[in-house]
Design a protein around this ligand. Sequence first.
Ligand SMILES: [Cu+2]
Length: 146
Amino acid sequence: MRTPFFAVAVAVLLAPSALAATMVTAKNFQFDPSQFTVAPGEVVTVQGSGDGHTLTAVQKGADGKPLFDTGTIQPAASGTFTAPTTPGQYKFYCQFHAAPDSTSGMIGTLTVQAATTGTTSKTPAPGAALVVGAVALLALAGRRAR
Ligand SMILES: [Cu+2]
């Protein structure tokens, strides 16, 4: 009884990592990853490194400002931006190390996709509920065995 219960307890401890939000790193004058998919309206964290960077949408909104923009991210700091709520592909660039029409360098593409896969979803994965249920069953079984 001991070993399986321990294994499930470890699974519970590891489960929250699956809920982590999308994280992008800006380093060596590249975005990593430079192409990624998020849910509509998801908040994306961009970790800076080595130099000041921005992650700025090429496309501008009705107000004339980029659709999304982290603003300047200092080295070793991080910034965030909120993805558009309309599904589609959005090119972005770093204002310091690329231009809106750059075809290489510090550029990338954000894909906004209505959540179908669990990888970028912010809602708890169904697996978490299953694990909690399994723990409850094991605890019950352990009690009955005595
Ligand atoms: Cu940059």
